[in-house]
Design a protein around this ligand. Structure first.
Ligand code: IPD
Length: 272
């Protein structure tokens, strides 16, 4: 099938917007945890489920032959070569606590390659989008992965503001804590925003200098990684690997290598 990535992005943007509105307008006052997944920290609310349902039904109404992978259980094979990778709320803990740093992330793959992505952050009124080869945008304006502090030059690690995230398993968290403790005295500061998709978009628009995380899943990364790359950042794993749940690092050239070097030196992809 001959698909136009622009059409896929248009549908993704519409559905992310609709899901974002649902999440703002229909959030119950007494929202609680509906279920836990891999650990007690790994939570699901009814709103994660409703958001995923809205997006999946919206995709299937227009493109019934596409594959879909969603954080809350959607795993559908397709025949068209197009796959949608959905995080219906990235930053669920923030959403639960009414911290405004959460969003809806939708990446679209054609024959296994991400070609379009949207990260919608309703409470910040920010819509990040990218089409492969066509740059990255926030609310329609082109963005670049250099902070105002960087003056377009590589930022040394000691002047970098680094975002990170933690997995849900307690043992892995203990290791992540050790690595952060060693990194903290060597950088400008560290942020744990609580949404991997937003962290990647923050690299893309220069709101942080770099990001790394072990354990982020395809739905956390799909759209945000494309957006960061299209904004000029490097996105990858350690020792030249591709970004994956093993490790994802994102930063502009220079800082990317420095951050990878630090993480490799600390064997940061270990779990104990
Ligand atoms: C989580 C957030 C968090 C990151 C975790 C993710 P969720 O996504 O992105 O920042 O540290 O790895 O699982 O569960 O809120 O969709």
């Amino acid at each position: 099938e001959n698909v136009n990535p622009k059409d896929l992005l248009e549908l993704a943007v519409r559905l992310a917007d609709e899901a974002g509105r649902l999440l703002v307008q229909e959030r119950p006052r007494d929202l609680g945890v509906a279920d836990t997944k891999s650990s007690p920290t790994d939570i699901v609310t009814v709103m994660d489920q409703r958001s995923e349902k809205l997006i999946v039904e919206g995709i299937l109404a227009e493109r019934p032959d596409d594959a879909i992978l969603g954080e809350e259980g959607s795993d559908r094979q397709g025949t068209s070569g197009v796959r949608w990778v959905i995080d219906p709320i990235d930053g669920t803990v923030n959403y639960l606590y009414e911290i405004p740093l959460w969003g809806v992330s939708i990446g679209v793959e054609v024959d296994g390659q991400t070609v379009a992505g949207v990260v919608e952050i309703p409470m910040l009124r920010e819509t990040f989008t990218a089409l492969r080869g066509d740059g990255a945008y926030r609310n329609g304006e082109a963005i670049r992965a250099y902070s105002a502090q960087s003056e377009g030059k590589p930022v040394p690690l000691e002047r970098a503001l680094i975002a990170t995230g933690f997995g849900y398993a307690a043992r892995r968290r203990a290791v992540q804590g050790e690595i952060v403790a060693d990194l903290l005295p060597r950088v400008r500061d560290i942020r744990r925003g609580g949404s991997a998709a937003l962290d990647l978009c923050s690299v893309a628009c220069g709101r942080v200098d770099g990001y790394f995380e072990r354990g982020a899943k395809p739905w956390d990364l799909s759209a945000g990684a494309l957006i960061a790359q299209e904004a000029g950042a490097k996105v990858g794993g350690l020792h030249g690997a591709a970004a994956s749940d093993e490790m994802t690092v994102a930063a502009a050239e220079g800082l990317f290598e420095a951050l990878c070097g630090f993480l490799e030196g600390h064997d940061a992809a270990r779990d104990s």
